[in-house]
Design a protein around this ligand. Structure first.
Ligand code: CA
Length: 230
Protein backbone atom coordinates (compact mmCIF):
# COMPACT_ATOMS: atom_id res chain seq x y z
CA UNK A 1 0.00 0.00 0.00
CA UNK A 2 1.32 3.42 -0.94
CA UNK A 3 1.13 5.74 2.06
CA UNK A 4 0.66 9.48 1.77
CA UNK A 5 0.82 12.13 4.46
CA UNK A 6 -1.11 15.33 3.77
CA UNK A 7 -0.25 18.34 5.92
CA UNK A 8 -2.89 20.99 5.21
CA UNK A 9 -4.75 23.27 7.60
CA UNK A 10 -7.72 24.05 5.37
CA UNK A 11 -10.07 21.19 6.08
CA UNK A 12 -12.00 21.23 2.80
CA UNK A 13 -8.79 21.12 0.76
CA UNK A 14 -7.27 18.44 2.98
CA UNK A 15 -10.37 16.28 2.62
CA UNK A 16 -10.55 16.84 -1.12
CA UNK A 17 -6.94 15.70 -1.50
CA UNK A 18 -7.52 12.73 0.74
CA UNK A 19 -10.63 11.63 -1.18
CA UNK A 20 -8.85 11.74 -4.52
CA UNK A 21 -5.88 9.78 -3.26
CA UNK A 22 -8.08 7.21 -1.54
CA UNK A 23 -10.17 6.69 -4.67
CA UNK A 24 -6.89 5.95 -6.43
CA UNK A 25 -5.93 3.31 -3.91
CA UNK A 26 -3.59 5.25 -1.65
CA UNK A 27 -3.56 5.03 2.12
CA UNK A 28 -3.83 8.60 3.47
CA UNK A 29 -3.03 10.27 6.78
CA UNK A 30 -4.19 13.84 7.33
CA UNK A 31 -2.92 16.42 9.75
CA UNK A 32 -3.56 20.12 10.10
CA UNK A 33 -0.54 21.74 11.75
CA UNK A 34 3.14 22.00 10.96
CA UNK A 35 4.35 20.56 14.24
CA UNK A 36 2.04 17.56 14.08
CA UNK A 37 3.02 17.09 10.45
CA UNK A 38 6.70 17.08 11.26
CA UNK A 39 6.24 14.50 13.98
CA UNK A 40 4.23 12.20 11.71
CA UNK A 41 6.61 12.69 8.79
CA UNK A 42 9.67 11.77 10.83
CA UNK A 43 8.11 8.86 12.67
CA UNK A 44 5.95 7.42 9.92
CA UNK A 45 6.87 5.43 6.87
CA UNK A 46 5.37 7.42 3.99
CA UNK A 47 5.92 7.12 0.25
CA UNK A 48 4.99 10.75 -0.38
CA UNK A 49 4.35 13.84 1.74
CA UNK A 50 2.17 16.73 0.59
CA UNK A 51 2.70 20.05 2.34
CA UNK A 52 0.79 23.30 2.34
CA UNK A 53 3.05 26.32 2.83
CA UNK A 54 0.93 28.47 5.11
CA UNK A 55 0.45 26.34 8.20
CA UNK A 56 0.00 27.10 11.88
CA UNK A 57 2.93 26.47 14.27
CA UNK A 58 5.57 25.63 11.68
CA UNK A 59 5.39 26.86 8.09
CA UNK A 60 5.70 24.63 5.05
CA UNK A 61 9.19 25.82 4.09
CA UNK A 62 10.60 24.95 7.49
CA UNK A 63 8.69 21.69 7.48
CA UNK A 64 10.08 20.79 4.06
CA UNK A 65 13.63 21.63 5.16
CA UNK A 66 13.39 19.55 8.36
CA UNK A 67 11.86 16.52 6.66
CA UNK A 68 14.42 16.66 3.86
CA UNK A 69 17.27 16.79 6.37
CA UNK A 70 16.09 13.52 7.83
CA UNK A 71 14.51 11.62 4.94
CA UNK A 72 14.67 10.91 1.21
CA UNK A 73 10.87 10.74 0.92
CA UNK A 74 9.32 12.65 -2.03
CA UNK A 75 7.78 15.97 -0.96
CA UNK A 76 5.12 17.90 -2.90
CA UNK A 77 4.20 21.48 -2.07
CA UNK A 78 0.59 22.51 -2.69
CA UNK A 79 0.24 26.23 -2.09
CA UNK A 80 -1.68 29.38 -2.88
CA UNK A 81 1.67 31.16 -3.20
CA UNK A 82 2.26 31.59 -6.90
CA UNK A 83 5.44 33.65 -6.89
CA UNK A 84 8.47 32.20 -8.56
CA UNK A 85 10.56 33.08 -5.52
CA UNK A 86 8.44 30.79 -3.34
CA UNK A 87 8.72 27.97 -5.84
CA UNK A 88 12.47 28.34 -6.07
CA UNK A 89 12.77 28.42 -2.30
CA UNK A 90 10.72 25.24 -1.99
CA UNK A 91 12.80 23.43 -4.61
CA UNK A 92 15.98 24.61 -2.92
CA UNK A 93 14.76 23.14 0.34
CA UNK A 94 14.32 19.77 -1.31
CA UNK A 95 10.72 19.77 -2.56
CA UNK A 96 10.11 17.48 -5.53
CA UNK A 97 7.11 19.26 -7.02
CA UNK A 98 5.15 22.46 -6.54
CA UNK A 99 1.45 22.73 -7.36
CA UNK A 100 -0.40 26.03 -7.03
CA UNK A 101 -3.92 26.47 -5.66
CA UNK A 102 -6.54 26.27 -7.00
CA UNK A 103 -5.43 22.94 -8.39
CA UNK A 104 -6.95 19.96 -10.13
CA UNK A 105 -7.03 17.05 -7.68
CA UNK A 106 -6.78 14.60 -10.59
CA UNK A 107 -3.62 16.30 -11.77
CA UNK A 108 -2.19 16.17 -8.25
CA UNK A 109 -2.79 12.42 -8.11
CA UNK A 110 -1.39 11.93 -11.62
CA UNK A 111 1.76 13.85 -10.72
CA UNK A 112 2.13 11.84 -7.52
CA UNK A 113 1.81 8.57 -9.42
CA UNK A 114 4.33 9.64 -12.06
CA UNK A 115 6.76 10.72 -9.40
CA UNK A 116 6.42 7.54 -7.36
CA UNK A 117 6.97 5.39 -10.45
CA UNK A 118 10.10 7.33 -11.31
CA UNK A 119 11.31 7.13 -7.73
CA UNK A 120 10.89 3.37 -7.63
CA UNK A 121 12.76 3.03 -10.90
CA UNK A 122 15.68 5.02 -9.49
CA UNK A 123 15.69 3.01 -6.27
CA UNK A 124 15.75 -0.22 -8.26
CA UNK A 125 18.75 1.01 -10.22
CA UNK A 126 20.58 1.79 -7.00
CA UNK A 127 20.20 -1.76 -5.79
CA UNK A 128 23.41 -3.73 -6.23
CA UNK A 129 23.69 -5.69 -9.43
CA UNK A 130 23.37 -9.39 -8.85
CA UNK A 131 26.86 -10.70 -8.41
CA UNK A 132 28.12 -13.59 -10.40
CA UNK A 133 29.56 -15.22 -7.33
CA UNK A 134 29.36 -18.43 -5.40
CA UNK A 135 30.00 -18.43 -1.67
CA UNK A 136 30.13 -21.72 0.15
CA UNK A 137 31.48 -21.67 3.67
CA UNK A 138 35.11 -20.53 3.35
CA UNK A 139 35.17 -20.73 -0.45
CA UNK A 140 34.38 -17.65 -2.51
CA UNK A 141 34.28 -17.98 -6.29
CA UNK A 142 34.01 -14.88 -8.49
CA UNK A 143 32.93 -16.20 -11.87
CA UNK A 144 33.40 -12.91 -13.73
CA UNK A 145 37.03 -12.42 -12.79
CA UNK A 146 37.66 -16.19 -12.50
CA UNK A 147 39.18 -15.75 -9.08
CA UNK A 148 38.88 -18.05 -6.11
CA UNK A 149 39.41 -17.19 -2.47
CA UNK A 150 39.81 -19.94 0.07
CA UNK A 151 39.49 -18.85 3.67
CA UNK A 152 40.08 -15.25 2.54
CA UNK A 153 43.24 -15.99 0.56
CA UNK A 154 43.33 -16.00 -3.21
CA UNK A 155 44.27 -19.39 -4.64
CA UNK A 156 45.21 -19.87 -8.29
CA UNK A 157 43.39 -22.46 -10.34
CA UNK A 158 44.11 -23.57 -13.90
CA UNK A 159 41.33 -23.00 -16.43
CA UNK A 160 40.12 -26.61 -16.24
CA UNK A 161 40.34 -26.70 -12.46
CA UNK A 162 38.31 -23.52 -12.30
CA UNK A 163 35.65 -24.85 -14.68
CA UNK A 164 35.40 -28.09 -12.73
CA UNK A 165 35.14 -26.23 -9.44
CA UNK A 166 32.42 -23.87 -10.73
CA UNK A 167 30.48 -26.77 -12.19
CA UNK A 168 30.54 -28.76 -8.97
CA UNK A 169 29.88 -25.76 -6.73
CA UNK A 170 26.99 -24.65 -8.97
CA UNK A 171 25.35 -28.04 -8.46
CA UNK A 172 25.89 -28.59 -4.77
CA UNK A 173 25.17 -31.96 -3.18
CA UNK A 174 24.65 -33.63 -6.55
CA UNK A 175 26.76 -36.63 -7.39
CA UNK A 176 28.51 -36.68 -10.75
CA UNK A 177 30.36 -39.68 -12.14
CA UNK A 178 33.83 -39.29 -13.62
CA UNK A 179 32.32 -39.85 -17.06
CA UNK A 180 29.82 -37.06 -16.60
CA UNK A 181 32.44 -34.64 -15.33
CA UNK A 182 34.81 -35.53 -18.16
CA UNK A 183 32.09 -34.93 -20.72
CA UNK A 184 30.92 -31.66 -19.16
CA UNK A 185 34.29 -30.07 -18.55
CA UNK A 186 36.58 -31.56 -21.17
CA UNK A 187 33.97 -32.24 -23.80
CA UNK A 188 33.73 -34.87 -26.46
CA UNK A 189 36.46 -33.36 -28.59
CA UNK A 190 39.01 -33.80 -25.86
CA UNK A 191 41.92 -36.11 -26.51
CA UNK A 192 42.49 -36.39 -22.78
CA UNK A 193 41.95 -39.40 -20.65
CA UNK A 194 39.20 -39.87 -18.12
CA UNK A 195 41.92 -40.31 -15.49
CA UNK A 196 42.40 -36.54 -15.80
CA UNK A 197 39.21 -36.12 -13.77
CA UNK A 198 40.79 -37.91 -10.81
CA UNK A 199 43.91 -35.79 -11.13
CA UNK A 200 41.89 -32.56 -11.22
CA UNK A 201 39.76 -33.56 -8.26
CA UNK A 202 42.94 -34.17 -6.31
CA UNK A 203 44.25 -30.73 -7.31
CA UNK A 204 40.99 -29.06 -6.26
CA UNK A 205 41.16 -30.77 -2.90
CA UNK A 206 44.76 -29.69 -2.37
CA UNK A 207 43.69 -26.11 -3.02
CA UNK A 208 40.38 -26.08 -1.17
CA UNK A 209 40.64 -28.45 1.70
CA UNK A 210 42.31 -27.79 5.02
CA UNK A 211 43.01 -31.53 5.09
CA UNK A 212 42.88 -33.02 1.56
CA UNK A 213 42.83 -36.57 2.91
CA UNK A 214 39.61 -35.77 4.76
CA UNK A 215 37.73 -33.61 2.23
CA UNK A 216 34.91 -31.37 3.46
CA UNK A 217 34.04 -29.82 0.11
CA UNK A 218 34.53 -32.37 -2.62
CA UNK A 219 33.55 -35.75 -1.33
CA UNK A 220 33.98 -39.10 -2.98
CA UNK A 221 30.81 -41.12 -3.23
CA UNK A 222 32.10 -44.66 -3.59
CA UNK A 223 31.04 -46.35 -6.78
CA UNK A 224 29.19 -43.22 -7.99
CA UNK A 225 31.51 -40.25 -8.31
CA UNK A 226 31.98 -36.91 -6.58
CA UNK A 227 29.85 -34.26 -5.04
CA UNK A 228 30.38 -30.75 -3.76
CA UNK A 229 28.94 -30.89 -0.26
CA UNK A 230 27.17 -27.88 1.19
CA1 CA B 1 -2.81 26.95 4.64
Amino acid sequence: MTRILIIEDELTIAQLERDYFEINGFDVDLCHSGTEGLKLALEGDYNLIIIDLQLPMLDGFELCRRIREAKEVPIFIVSAKKEEIDKLRAFNLGADDYITKPFSPSELVARAKAHLTRYERILRKLEPVEKNEIQIRGVHIDKDSRRVYVRNKEVLFTAREFDLLVFLASNPNRVFSKDELFERIWGMDSNGDIATVTVHIRKLREKLEADPSNPQYIETVWGAGYRFTV
